[in-house]
Ligand binder design. Structure first.
Ligand code: ADP
Length: 432
């Protein structure tokens, strides 16, 4: 490239006629990433005999973004999956004969989206695999411990087998009730399902299970099949189960003591027939006591916590405790969601800081954990919650829904990176 603005013939050709443009009908892995420039790229991959048989992409960016997506998908087609992990920004630029300096980030976006799609392939493969053919010799479900009975061993195996089919478990936690943990769990699960992921939403908030109410499932009945609990389905990708369905009365508070609560949570995690899932979003009990501890210990890896807080100092102190709880139980913090972060005026669109804003942001910086999003107060969230209507679906264009979606993008990229590292022996490279 002699000049900063020169465009090679290879690149120019793909500006207008990108190859592999469009989604695939059948695919094994998919990813969508929005780069810092605001362009969104999606990549789909179909694998046959350990090779990329077909690749497709779309982008809402202009010429260089189309050219980069085109070259990325051309470079991977026919290659062994393990070799595709080595494809980086520089390879895409090389294939295109370069891009103008101010458009080189398009090749980075293409490389990152490609890497995330490969991660998605691996994750789906992993979750589809049954424990019975699990090749991991050190799998804890395989050996009976000296201190457990035959029944306890079988029970633990059943739990391990169930959790093994789940790509990534997201524990949504808060220091206390009323900060919007269930609202965040429900909207997060819906957004992940809308992004094409197979999602389970599990409500184990024993003292205040509100997921059925939030999703309009209050009057639903759960059925069992061959001793397993069949989750309720919403749309194509979302399955839901709540402990509320099993309470003697949905109006009653649970007054079970510790071991009974632990047993209920454990049985619940073991007995729900989710099938293979990409994500299990768990609306965990609030606080840092025995109940969230049980959940964190039982779900296994890969898992991470999303901490929900409101911006006031008092709530922030609670989240600080939650972060240190996660450190103690070795549960990675995926990030913090600052909920009720200002009020968007329905009349003028201006923002009013009812409870201050920025508390979650300051805490995220202080504790060195990512801030996933700041969700403003929107009276429609309450109306939707009371009416059992998924807010993020009904008010897709609202500032709060956009904030939810931004948080989901960050969850996707962080959890995919984590599960890719977890499932693959070789690192994915230096594209991040
Ligand atoms: P938690 O699970 O932490 O107890 P919930 O999700 O049940 O909290 O939310 C408590 C109440 O706050 C509900 O009425 C819910 O509709 C409302 N709420 C949550 N987030 C928001 C928000 N961003 N804007 C307006 N209302 C909200």
């Amino acid at each position: 490239m002699s000049s900063k603005h020169a465009v090679s013939a290879e690149a120019l050709e793909r500006f207008n006629n990108p190859r592999n443009f469009g989604p695939l009908d059948e695919w094994d892995g998919h990813a969508r990433i929005t780069g810092p420039c605001g362009d969104t790229m999606e990549v789909w991959l179909k694998i046959e005999n350990a090779r990329i048989a077909r690749a497709g992409f779309v982008t809402d960016g202009c010429g260089p973004s189309r050219a980069a997506g085109s070259m990325a998908t051309e470079l991977v087609t026919g290659k062994l999956v393990k070799d595709v992990l080595r494809i980086k920004q520089k390879d895409i630029l090389h294939g295109l004969g370069g891009l103008p300096k101010d458009a080189e980030h398009c090749a980075l976006l293409a490389a990152n989206t490609l890497g995330a799609a490969i991660g998605d392939c691996q994750q789906r493969k992993q979750t589809a695999r049954q424990c019975s053919d699990c090749s991991t010799a050190e799998c804890p479900s395989k050996q009976r411990r000296a201190d457990e009975s035959e029944e306890e061993f079988r029970d633990r195996q059943a739990l391990g087998k169930r959790m093994c089919q789940i790509g990534y478990k997201l524990l949504v936690m808060s220091g206390k009730g009323g900060v919007g943990k269930s609202t965040v769990s429900a909207n997060l699960a819906i957004a992940l399902a809308l992004a094409g992921k197979r999602v389970g939403l599990l409500d184990v908030d024993i003292h205040g299970p509100s997921i059925p109410k939030l999703l309009g499932l209050d009057d639903s009945q759960v059925v069992t099949h061959e001793g397993e609990l069949v989750p309720l389905e919403i749309g194509e990708n979302l399955k839901v189960m709540s402990i509320a369905f099993f309470l003697p009365s949905r109006r009653d508070a649970v007054i079970w003591r510790g071991p009974r609560k632990y047993g209920a949570i454990r049985q619940f995690l073991k007995d729900v027939a989710w099938g293979p899932l990409d994500y299990l979003v768990i609306d965990a009990p609030p606080g840092t006591g025995d109940e969230p501890l049980s959940v964190a210990q039982l779900v296994g890896q890969p898992a991470g916590a999303i901490l929900v807080t409101t911006p006031q100092d008092l709530a922030i102190a609670d989240v600080r405790r939650s972060v240190s709880f996660c450190e103690k139980v070795s549960l990675p913090v995926v990030g913090i969601v600052e909920n009720m972060s200002g009020l968007v005026c329905p009349h003028c669109g201006g923002k009013i800081d009812l409870f201050k804003t920025g508390g979650g942001e300051a805490l995220a910086r202080e504790m060195n954990v990512p801030l996933l999003g700041q969700i403003p107060i929107d009276p429609e969230i309450v109306t939707c919650g009371d009416g059992g209507i998924p807010y993020i679906h009904r008010f897709a264009g609202s500032p709060a829904a956009q904030a939810f979606n931004g948080a989901v993008e960050r969850v996707l990229s962080r959890s995919q990176a984590a599960s890719t590292t977890f499932h693959l022996s070789s690192p994915t490279g230096d594209n991040a």
